[in-house]
Design a protein around this ligand. Structure first.
Ligand code: ATP
Ligand code: MG
Length: 764
């Protein structure tokens, strides 16, 4: 419960509003809604939904004809519905209250509490004073109510040009709250309003229209962001002096959502759209709800992030990582896996027959072993892998293909790279490899460890796709409002025209999510039609800092982080700020440059045991350094607590590396991996052993069953041979063996199917 919900509950208990809960969401239709609005929507609609009879109004705060459009109103309605909220019949427009607002202004004039000021804009500004200096009364301040009434009527009749008069409240030009120094209530503006055309040459100001609209709608709790804190006084003053009916609405402020690298203001975003700096309001890089939707972010992820952030009065900046976490968490269950090769590199399998072909079956969701569907992957002598999955001189801890090395083509075979073919310019054009037939179906080879599994595609069946990769729209965490264009990240969109996707992706309709293995979560763009495939990357599989690290900028970043942050004026404590000695800071920099996140590095600096395991596991799986560090610092530390019998010294670094990879690859869900990790900490051993020993229904993975069968067959080759010679009854021997090992928890039908396949295939 946050402080606002507590307040609403209290008000219900005391009967302050007669048991009513009425909130409102009041955007000005001058642009598209953004992620900041999501917080306000979740709060206002959330509170209304939590109370019987509660309701939340959607009110378009359309009192400024210059920038408002029906198009924006429609977009707002679409986006709010998409996020999962419904205003029912309570759709209102502040502009529909213009007559009533005019009447309220007359009430103030009659009471001597409002006057027409005919000073120029500059004069009004100059006479306001400052925080330290009281203002000066306008020479028009003492006009009589009759004179003010006449002038205000003529303002309304259109008798005066823009800027010649304003209506002001008559409060106190020496008030300590600047907002109360005779605030302007109405201005003259000869412009067409998108709903009321030329009916009105005068328009009410926000402070005047807002509280009175709330009151007219009998709103109880008027929730807004902190920047309106000073306006609360005028809100209350106006309601009292126009004799608004009690109980009157009350304004409560909460901290706006502020995200690093993001701008949350419609009016500031508009020039980016109008200046053509992005593809439109719904550009996938935009922080608008429409942009996030087009990028593939789900409404559930946005709502989860708002929950995570919570509602408080204290201002804070939120890391994009929070949203990314929520996106991954949601899409992990929703986005089926698929192969997609961004930069195809030809691989010729020299020992695979020219005219042979076969089709492998892969699960849509590896963590359920294919229970919710499978996909078909044709295979031939020539396949394409991603250039990034090959390294001529592999850095330490590289788990993919290198000259003379082996790698698993996922679901197909283990291959070995024998020859690297280059063009005259020295660029690798193709690889000559051999398959290991005994590894058919992606089974691990006997007696050898093959690290790493990569995706691949057979060119004859693969489909061409355009893939759009996105990075942050702005290059700096706090883009300066006076030069947003200058702060744009020039590399925020990278378009790959000729990627290859697996055959099942052909004809994907807009709106479909995929997880392209290793690359991230993707979403079919609306441009995906008429035979064209366009995918937007929603988010990478791991956090975005990994990309910064690849640029090698991090060591320096780690070292100078504290200085940079001090300069940027950020008040939040960052991980490095918690380190006191130069030695610690230097170690921190090293760990970050090895790939640990800053938060994890700060912990590892102080925990010698964890650090040793990190370094050893990272040597096995360098790319997964951030995952490994995060496992150590978060999950493992927690599992070690208490008397669970867990012991860090039992954990083999290699098993940790394998586990981190299995999770990164999506072979294990996070929940499954936590179970496996518990076993590793209690009993030690390899990942494979730990997986095999656990509840397989839970693990649901064909790979683990295969591995067990594989071992059994290797252990009893004469029985396998006898089966091959016709003693079919021996199938039971192998199935029984697996059932025993799994404590009867595996699905016997699945095991026997697998056993038959493995035993029948002479290659095995
Ligand atoms: P503009 O730049 O035109 O002022 P805006 O993006 O600030 O636009 P408003 O129309 O002023 O949007 O705001 C509508 C509602 O959304 C207000 O109640 C406001 O308090 C809330 N709101 C705006 N930005 C945020 C934010 N970053 N976090 C939470 N709520 C927000
Ligand atoms: Mg605003």
């Amino acid at each position: 419960m946050d402080f606002i919900r507590n307040m609403v509950s209290r008000d219900l208990e005391t009967g302050k509003y007669g048991g009513r809960v009425v909130t409102r969401f009041p955007p000005e239709p001058n642009g598209f809604l953004h992620i900041g609005h999501a917080k306000s929507l979740c709060l206002n609609f959330g509170i209304a939904a939590e109370h019987p009879g509660g309701r939340c109004h959607l009110r378009l705060d359309d009192t400024n004809p210059d920038t408002e459009k029906e198009e924006y109103v429609e977009a707002m309605k679409r986006d709010i519905r998409w996020l999962g909220f419904d205003w029912g019949e309570h759709l209102y427009h502040a502009s529909d209250y213009f007559e009533q607002l005019f009447a309220y202004a007359m009430v103030l004039i009659d009471k001597g509490l409002a006057y027409v000021d005919s000073s120029t804009e500059a004069e009004i500004r100059d006479r306001r004073g400052s925080v330290t200096r009281p203002g000066v009364n306008s020479p028009f301040r003492d006009r009589s109510p009759e004179e003010n009434r006449g002038l205000f009527r003529r303002m309304r009749a259109g008798d005066f040009p823009d800027g010649s008069h304003v209506l002001r409240a008559r409060i106190d030009m020496a008030h300590r709250n600047m907002v109360m120094r005779d605030p302007i209530l109405y201005r003259i503006r000869h412009a067409s309003h998108y709903r009321h055309g030329d009916d009105w040459p005068i328009y009410p100001m926000y402070d005047f229209a807002h509280c009175l609209s709330d009151s007219l709608e009998r709103v109880t709790h008027s929730l807004c962001t902190l920047e309106f804190e000073n306006n609360r006084e005028i809100y209350d003053w106006l309601l009292v002096h126009v004799d608004a009916p009690a109980p009157r609405p009350e304004q409560t402020e909460f901290a706006p959502l502020i995200l690093d690298y993001v701008i949350t203001s419609k009016s500031k975003l508009r020039p980016l759209v109008e200046g053509g700096h992005v593809r439109g309001w719904d550009d996938p890089r935009m922080p608008t709800l429409a942009g996030l939707r087009r990028r593939g972010v789900t409404p559930e992820a946005i709502r989860t992030m708002c929950d995570m952030v919570g509602v408080a009065r204290a201002q804070s900046r939120v890391d994009m990582a929070k949203l990314e976490f929520a996106i991954r968490d949601d899409l992990n269950e929703k986005a089926p896996r698929a192969f997609c090769v961004l930069d195809p590199l030809k691989v010729v399998l020299t020992n695979y027959p020219e005219d042979a072909s076969e089709t492998f079956t892969a699960p849509r969701f590896p963590s359920d072993g294919g229970q919710s569907g499978t996909r078909e992957l044709p295979f031939r002598r020539e396949v394409y892998i991603d250039r990034a999955d090959f390294a001529e001189t592999p850095p330490p801890g590289f788990r993919r293909l290198a000259p003379g090395g082996e790698v698993r083509l996922k679901y197909a075979y283990v291959i070995r790279c024998n020859e690297v073919v280059k063009d005259a310019g020295g660029r690798v054009t193709e690889l000559h490899c051999t398959v290991d037939p005994s590894t058919r179906g992606g089974v691990a080879p006997r007696g050898r460890r093959v690290r790493g599994a990569i995706q691949w595609l057979e060119p004859g069946s693969a489909v061409r796709a355009e893939v759009r990769l996105y990075d942050r729209l702005f290059a700096v965490p706090e883009p300066p409002l006076d030069d947003l264009v200058g702060a744009l990240n020039t590399g925020s969109e990278k378009v790959v025209k000729d990627a290859l996707a697996e055959p099942g992706a052909a004809g994907t309709a807009p709106g479909v999510h995929y997880q392209f293995e290793r690359l991230g979560y993707f979403f079919a763009d609306p441009d995906s039609r008429d035979g064209r495939l366009v995918f937007n990357r929603t988010v990478t599989l791991r956090d975005g800092w990994a990309r910064v690290r690849e640029d090698g900028r991090v060591r320096e970043a780690g070292r100078s982080a504290a200085a940079a942050r001090a300069a940027s004026g950020a008040v939040q404590t960052r991980p490095i700020d918690t380190l006191r000695t130069e030695a610690e800071r230097s170690l921190f920099g090293d760990l970050v440059s090895l790939g640990a996140s800053e938060a994890a590095a700060a912990v590892l600096v102080r925990a010698h045991d964890l650090r040793e395991v990190f370094l050893a596991a990272r040597a096995e799986y360098a790319e997964g350094a951030d995952s490994i560090a995060s496992w150590l610092v978060n999950e493992i530390t927690r599992l070690l607590g208490g008397d669970s019998g867990s012991d860090l010294s039992r954990l083999e670094p290699e098993a940790l590396a394998d586990l981190a990879e299995a999770v990164d690859e999506g072979d294990l869900s996070h929940r499954q991996a936590r179970k496996v990790m518990t076993a590793l900490l209690q009993r030690g051993g390899s990942l494979r052993e730990a997986r095999a020993g656990l509840d397989l229904e839970e693990i649901g993975d064909e790979g683990a069953l295969r591995a067990m069968l594989d071992e059994l067959i290797a252990e009893y080759p004469e029985k396998a041979a006898a089966y091959g010679n016709g003693q079919r009854g021996l199938l039971g021997f192998f199935v029984g063996g697996v059932m025993k090992q799994t404590g009867g928890k595996a699905d016997p039908r699945k095991v026997s199917e697998l056993a038959r396949a493995l035993l029948d295939d002479p290659a095995t």
